[in-house]
Design a protein. Structure first.
Length: 242
């Protein structure tokens, strides 16, 4: 009995040690994919040094000599913080989510390919004015500079999620930014019906508390002060319910 107890103790110690080692390895590999905000990176494609400063809310503030340098820094910062999101949004617009997630996203891919968002974005990229084209080219170069840094310095996969879903990322192009913009516009268009309904109900009710009772406000305080949009339409007749 004593011999069995000693072996059970040894087995428990071994399992605990193995678990700790595995957790440390997982943390190390995941941490390699996280950006170092205090790092100084030598890149090509900017005319002067660019500084990315993050505030206490981790919001990046980018300082550069030219607009193109600032857009370059913005692309670099987005690739540091949102690489997985960039990849996923581009794949969504392309209708290629199923290459990563399998059959669970086939329906979404079919819908996106019917919308043909990505082809339209590629076509639109060829019709941009010089200023917009320069901004998107600089932004793309910033993202690609971060990708080059990840590959050159072996910084994991660039994002912790990439360890779970291996989705190799092609270089970013201006058309990709346009496609993501179109996709986000499509996603936000779902608010249209609710906003029109609220506007119509507000024309019928003089009691704002009653309006909020029927159509509650979004919970929590807003992140920014919004103007009185009703003042933009002074000629609209207000019809109050009796």
């Amino acid at each position: 009995m004593a011999l069995m107890f000693r072996w059970l103790i040894r087995l428990a110690v071994f399992l605990v040690t193995l678990s700790v080692v595995v957790l440390l390895l997982v943390y190390w590999f995941a941490a390699r994919s996280l950006p170092d905000y205090d790092d100084t990176v030598q890149v090509q494609g900017v005319t002067a040094p660019v500084e990315i400063v993050r505030d206490n809310a981790n919001v990046p503030h980018i300082f550069g000599e030219t607009d193109e340098d600032v857009f370059y820094g913005l692309g670099f910062a987005h690739a540091q913080d949102r690489l997985w999101q960039l990849i996923t949004l581009r794949r969504t617009a392309q209708g290629r989510l199923s290459e990563v997630f399998g059959t669970a996203t086939v329906t979404t891919d079919k819908l996106m390919r019917r919308y043909d968002i990505y082809r339209l974005a590629v076509a639109a990229a060829g019709e941009l004015d010089p200023e917009t084209d320069a901004a998107l080219e600089a932004y793309s170069a910033g993202i690609n500079a971060r990708l080059d840094q990840i590959n050159t310095e072996a910084l994991g996969r660039g994002a912790p999620e990439m360890w779970l879903f291996n989705a190799p990322m092609a270089p970013w192009r201006p058309a990709d930014s346009l496609a993501v913009t179109k996709l986000m516009g499509l996603q936000m268009s779902g608010h249209l019906e609710a906003e029109v309904l609220r506007a119509r109900v507000s024309l019928e009710l003089s009691d704002q508390d009653r309006l909020r009772d029927i159509l509650p406000d979004a919970p929590g305080s807003g992140v920014a002060a919004l103007p009185e949009y009703a003042a933009l339409f002074p000629d609209v007749t207000t019809r109050h319910a009796a």
